[in-house]
Design a protein around this ligand. Structure first.
Ligand SMILES: [Zn+2]
Length: 172
């Protein structure tokens, strides 16, 4: 499969990597149809997370189609993948640090927001400034990182040919 991979600070490339396989009974394999670049991806992009290694695949804001499920999976309600091993929890443990974490407030307000979206009062897609092919992901990272071309949110579409979506496509 094709994936955005890390090769050092601000050096990301789209490479061919091994296809995923089910490893645990609660794994799923998702065929990604679109993904977004998150502000938190920029910490990785800048090389600020020490455990990031050359060849690591970035991205956690994706959507797609479930292609395969492990033996213990009966339903898939939502998918969110993070990069939790990038944080040095062992070091934090040694120093006695306390973490407080939680899901963003988005979850709590989701029903109300969906109501506004369905009624046409809220258009969350207006935040999208760039739609690019996955193959153009390095350009997307650069635009988003430097806030070039008034970049606010980049959507990467898998399977699209580079140059076909436009670097400044406004969502209609
Ligand atoms: Zn995110």
């Amino acid at each position: 499969m094709r994936a955005l991979t890390y090769h050092g600070a601000t050096d990301v490339r789209v490479d061919t990597v091994p296809d995923p396989i089910l490893e645990a009974p609660d794994d799923i394999i998702l065929r990604v149809t679109a993904t977004a670049i998150c502000g938190s991806d920029l910490h990785l992009y800048h090389g600020k997370i020490p455990q990031t290694e050359s060849g690591d695949i970035f991205g956690h804001e994706f959507m797609g189609v479930v292609e395969e499920v492990g033996s213990e999976v009966s339903a898939v309600s939502g998918v969110y993948a993070g990069f939790i091993h990038g944080f040095l929890f062992g070091d934090a443990f040694d120093k006695g640090l306390t973490f407080k974490m939680g899901q963003t407030h988005v979850q709590r307000f989701l029903p109300e927001r969906l109501e506004h979206i369905e009624a046409g009062r809220l258009q969350p897609e207006l935040i999208i400034t760039h739609r690019l092919a996955l193959e153009e992901a390095p350009l997307g990272y650069q635009l988003f990182d430097k806030k070039q071309d008034d970049c606010r949110k980049v959507i990467l579409v898998t399977g699209a040919a580079a140059g076909t979506l436009g670097a400044d496509h406004e969502y209609a």
